[in-house]
Design a protein around this ligand. Structure first.
Ligand SMILES: O=P(O)(O)OC[C@H]1O[C@](O)(CO)[C@@H](O)[C@@H]1O
Length: 504
């Protein structure tokens, strides 16, 4: 049983600590930078431009002890049922070889089948496959999409489209591009019941049938934790790649849900991704809290969200290959921690997940950075950049990209006074974190994504939230089903009028 009075005391203590000026923090402590840097797996996490200092770190360490952070972390890796509202263990790390032995062995067996299928497809056993049409949504799309877009854009192995939206415009675009005779249809759904995915999958089958593909179901691979449902739908058992129920949707890119990435990258690339994540798992498990990147990042998140009452956090990838990272993080962070009750069902203290938003640099500089520099909201910013260029053009491109990234962090902190012309003054003292990757390899991206997963989990623990359920998405789905079934009956006048006007 946690001591709630002690936890409340920790929060009061955190709120009572003076918030120093960022510029002053550097002036007062010549060693500030090394004290607020963590290096792991070719990733450098620079937390020095945030307002945390010795007193706040000590207070967060006390909070971590009060909420039994180490106990919760050990329970996750041991495969205990920490997703209590759904009665499940949380075992995405087993996919990377870190977890209880039985779950790791089960994950390895799933991976063995996945690898075989990658080889079989490469060998042409399913015909000449040129295109991969992956249909899935949420965690069954965002992760694979990020991986393929970041790592396989030049791999040239297959042309991959990840289609999620139920709006037919989305799948039509892929259909226009692909030849149905040479397309592998990958249906990704943990539950194999999600409306959007099942509708898109059915339309893809129709598209193949209309084009005269003899056996469209012979070109289907199902990625799911519900194999019975996939069989019922028409997929042959040999082409179903399973994964465990204890791997959550938004944590599932390491499992068979990552299949299109394994195809596009090749198995070695996919394995390197898993190894990078495993390296971050070990770091998260064993590094002391002060030197632990996901933990330090969660301290920063909690500080801005609950102490400074910032409602959002912004993530800017200064690398075109990571342009999908902000949307991936939106699901990971907001679906995990956007809750109002603690794991025990009682109301939470203060804000929970910040609203994650962002974009790519340098584009965002010419759009939203005005608000970051001079607006009234304080937004903790996260910059992600990569030392090694992703392009082969004039090095000026990459140099300009990096220079701009670092300049923005400096400008946010430094500010500039201008008493004579307030419109041109910058308050400064605005926080940012910078994550710098040596190179965007599968290993490094695996480590980066695992870092975000563990940071999200740590945030959940510090807030005493169960980060692994998502009941908030259910009500809207239920109402949609009821409208489909019964039409505009029994709703408020606004909803009924909309239904009648648009749907008749
Ligand atoms: O993989 P499935 O079962 O189709 O679910 C897709 C997504 O839907 C959600 O359940 C939310 O509606 C996500 O958590 C999940 O990633």
């Amino acid at each position: 049983m946690l001591d709630q009075a002690k936890i409340a005391d920790c929060w009061s203590q955190l709120k009572g600590i003076a918030v120093p000026d960022l510029r002053g923090l550097f002036e007062e402590d010549a060693d500030r930078l090394p004290k607020h840097l963590v290096e792991e797996s070719g990733l450098r996490f620079d937390f020095s431009k945030t307002h945390l200092w010795e007193a706040s770190l000590v207070a967060f360490e006390e909070l971590a002890a009060a909420v039994d952070f180490t106990g919760m972390r050990a329970a996750m890796f041991a495969g205990e049922v920490i997703n209590t509202t759904e009665g499940r263990a949380v075992e995405h790390t087993a996919e990377r070889g870190e977890g209880n032995a039985e779950s790791v062995a089960a994950a390895r067996e799933h991976q063995r089948r996945m690898r075989t299928l990658v080889d079989v497809i490469e060998a042409g056993a399913l015909g000449e496959i040129r295109h991969i049409l992956h249909v899935g949504i949420g965690g069954s799309a965002l992760g694979p999409d990020l991986l393929v877009d970041a790592l396989a854009r030049d791999a040239g192995r297959y042309d991959v489209a990840i289609v999620s939206n139920v709006d037919g415009v989305a799948i039509e675009e892929a259909m226009a591009r692909f030849d149905p005779h040479h397309t592998l249809l990958v249906v990704a759904s943990k539950t194999f019941t999600t409306t959007e995915t099942m509708l898109n999958a059915a339309s893809a089958i129709e598209w193949m049938q209309e084009a005269g593909v003899e056996d469209p179901y012979g070109q289907v691979i199902a990625l799911t934790a519900s194999p019975d449902k996939a069989i019922e739908w028409g997929v042959d058992e040999t082409r179903i790649l399973g994964f465990s129920e204890s791997v959550g949707g938004r944590y599932s890119l390491w499992s068979s849900i990552g299949f299109p990435a394994a195809l596009a990258l090749g198995w070695d690339g996919f394995e390197a991704l898993l190894e990078g994540a495993a390296a971050m798992d070990r770091h998260f498990r064993h590094a002391p809290l002060r030197e632990n990147a996901p933990v330090r990042a969660a301290f920063v998140d909690q500080f801005y969200s609950r102490v400074m009452l910032c409602q959002t956090r912004a993530v800017f990838a200064y690398d075109e290959r990571l342009r999908l990272l902000p949307s991936y993080l939106q699901q990971l962070e907001m679906e995990s921690n956007g809750k109002s009750v603690k794991a025990d069902g009682t109301p939470t203290y203060g804000h929970t997940a910040a609203i994650t938003w962002g974009g790519v640099g340098t584009d965002a500089q010419h759009a939203v950075f005005q608000l970051l520099h001079q607006g009234t909201h304080i937004v903790p910013v996260e910059f992600i950049a990569v030392t090694e260029a992703g392009d082969a053009l004039d090095p000026a491109h990459h140099q300009t990209l990096l220079v701009n990234c670092f300049a923005q962090g400096a400008a946010l902190m430094q500010g500039r006074e201008n008493a004579a012309d307030p419109a041109r003054a910058y308050p400064g003292n605005r926080p940012s974190t910078t994550i710098l990757l040596d190179a965007l390899t599968p290993h490094a991206l695996g480590a980066l994504i695992a870092f975000y997963e563990h940071r999200t989990f740590t945030n959940g623990i510090l807030m005493q939230i169960n980060s692994f359920d998502q009941f908030g998405v259910e009500l809207g789905k239920e109402i949609a089903r009821s409208i489909e079934k019964d039409g505009a009956r029994g709703f408020d006048p606004s909803t009924m009028a909309l239904i009648e006007r648009a749907l008749g």
